[in-house]
Design a protein around this ligand. Structure first.
Ligand SMILES: *[C@@H]1O[C@H](CO)[C@@H](O)[C@H](O)[C@H]1NC(C)=O
Length: 508
């Protein structure tokens, strides 16, 4: 379970013709977690203010209902099935980068910071990377100039002998480990990490502003990812419990970052985007997981709750305040939009799935484009306009379900939230998301409405498949030697376990 706040900060200084932009990306927060999206306790005044001053996207999607593939998609502008962030070990299995993963982001992929570098940007990632741990996958090898954070989720504590605690890096150097040097108190939920990440962001922005340096800041924090945490001043302050405390601290931090941009006089040169990498993890709810509002199921699934995300664009003086957009958007669009803002062309030697959202953001246009919902190696569903066709349905296996693991707690819809993988290729299940945002009432196969919508979507699927060149799957193999290589002691004592096919717990 991965939680993170992603501040996509792409910048150029105020004196420059070009612009600075920055963005927020929050991990594993759900569509329904913000006051601006109807969360009943209304505890996110800063994010709500950000929405009031900027543009709210109501139909914005991540590229996969799990963290690693979504982040790879965000930074490459490409679906995980193209950039390699998927597994072929099991049909429609989501996969991520556990500690012992062998794969990672391939060198052949061009990441947003690599491209922005060409336009003189300084790029920083704060928080969780999640695109591989081996040296060749280090963020500083893929376009980032600075890093403060960890390669993985803050799972643990581990014994740091058999299994090391997750390391924390400053640039190339490992500066400590979670639970040891960077404390997370699982009993009280107290950790100071969000405060550390906030300070890193403020310092980085100040430094770039002082040297009139365009910057891209990717603020990838993970307080809302189980095990959820907050610093002392936020503990016990939310009606929603510890998860709400974490959300409040993130909200407070976003407010401080936006305020900092304003005080430095660079808010009009900075494009900020706030979103999440997957839907709230309902398996952890209500104590450690958030809300997906009216949508079906959560993280890990290709129902709306797994992939529709809260999203806010903020750019004072450019984006009209109080805007609301129904554009079908994707995290991959942040790649294309950022390049466009920086005056760069997207790479022409490969398929890019993101689109440039500037006409939407600045002129209120609507661009017709489909959304592809993948789970692992399988195209599960497609949205076009208000229609969504499911080609496959699956929540999770009976085996997992019998152990109490439920991706759709309290939300079973007969024939839809199936515990066996059900193929509907020849007769897709169709929903009208305007009349039925919760995906509860499939349209009648015999209706004219069904036939017209499915015909249109089938055409889009054919086109998509015809041009699809799947990447080499990066998430197939785990090897404990990869994990042990981080360990500062015990190397000689623990013989590496031979490589084995990764068995990816669908929990994360
Ligand atoms: C957080 O920081 C405060 C102030 O420095 C300190 O007292 C507290 O022990 C820290 N908490 C954790 C969990 O590290």
């Amino acid at each position: 379970m991965c939680n993170f706040l992603f501040l996509l900060a792409l910048g150029v200084p105020q004196a420059s013709e070009t612009l600075t932009s920055s963005g927020v990306f929050l991990l594993q927060m759900g569509w329904g977690d913000l006051g601006a999206f109807g969360e009943p306790s209304k505890e996110t005044p800063n994010l709500d203010q950000m929405a009031a001053e900027g543009m709210l996207f109501l139909d914005f999607y991540t590229a996969n209902p799990l963290c690693s593939p979504s982040r790879a998609a965000l930074l490459t502008g490409r679906l995980p099935v193209r950039n390699g962030f998927y597994t072929t070990n099991g049909h429609a299995r989501n996969a991520y980068t556990p500690q012992d993963i062998v794969g990672g982001i391939p060198d052949s992929e061009l990441l947003l910071p690599e491209l922005l570098k060409k336009a003189g940007y300084i790029n920083k990632i704060i928080g969780k990377w999640h695109l591989g741990h081996r040296p060749q996958f280090h963020p500083l090898k893929h376009g980032f100039d600075e890093w403060f954070g960890s390669p993985n989720c803050h799972f643990g504590p581990y014994d740091s002998r058999e299994r090391p605690n997750i390391p924390v890096y400053r640039d190339w150097e490992m500066v400590g480990r979670y639970y040891e040097d960077f404390k997370i108190d699982l009993k009280t939920g107290e950790a100071n990490l969000t405060q550390l990440y906030l300070q890193e962001a403020l310092d980085f922005i100040s430094k770039q502003q002082a040297s009139q340096q365009p910057f891209f800041l990717y603020w990838a924090i993970d307080a809302t990812h189980a095990p959820v945490y907050a610093s002392k001043q936020f503990l016990g302050t939310s009606q929603r419990g510890l998860y709400g405390d974490a959300v409040r601290e993130i909200d407070d931090s976003v407010g401080k970052i936006l305020n900092h941009l304003q005080q430095l006089g660079i808010s009009e040169n900075t494009f900020v985007f706030f979103t999440s990498d997957n839907g709230a993890a309902l398996i952890s709810a209500p104590k450690q997981g958030g809300s997906n509002g009216p949508f079906l199921c959560g993280k890990q699934t290709t129902f709306e709750g797994g992939m529709r995300e809260p999203a806010i664009a903020w750019w004072p003086g450019h984006i009209p305040a109080g805007g609301v957009s129904h554009q079908l958007g994707s995290v991959m669009d942040l790649f294309s939009t950022s390049l466009s803002l920086a005056g760069l062309q997207p790479p022409s030697d490969r398929q890019i799935d993101g689109i440039d959202l500037l006409p939407v953001i600045l002129q209120g246009k609507l661009i017709d484009r489909p959304i592809f919902y993948y789970r692992g190696n399988e195209l599960m569903a497609v949205r076009a306009g208000l229609y969504k066709a499911h080609y496959w349905t699956w929540s999770n296996s009976w085996e997992e379900h019998s152990k109490g693991i439920d991706f759709c707690p309290g939300q079973s819809v007969s024939g839809v939230t199936t515990h066996t993988q059900e193929e509907h290729t020849y007769l897709p299940l169709l929903f009208h998301l305007g009349r039925d945002p919760g995906e509860k009432f499939p349209l009648s196969f015999a209706s004219e409405e069904y036939q017209q919508a499915v015909e249109r979507i089938s055409g889009l699927v054919q086109q998509h498949r015809a041009t699809l060149v799947p990447g080499q799957p990066q998430l197939n193999v785990c090897d404990q030697a990869v994990m042990v290589s981080w360990c500062i002691f015990g190397l000689a004592l623990s013989p590496p376990i031979p490589p084995h096919a990764g068995s990816f717990q669908s929990l994360y």
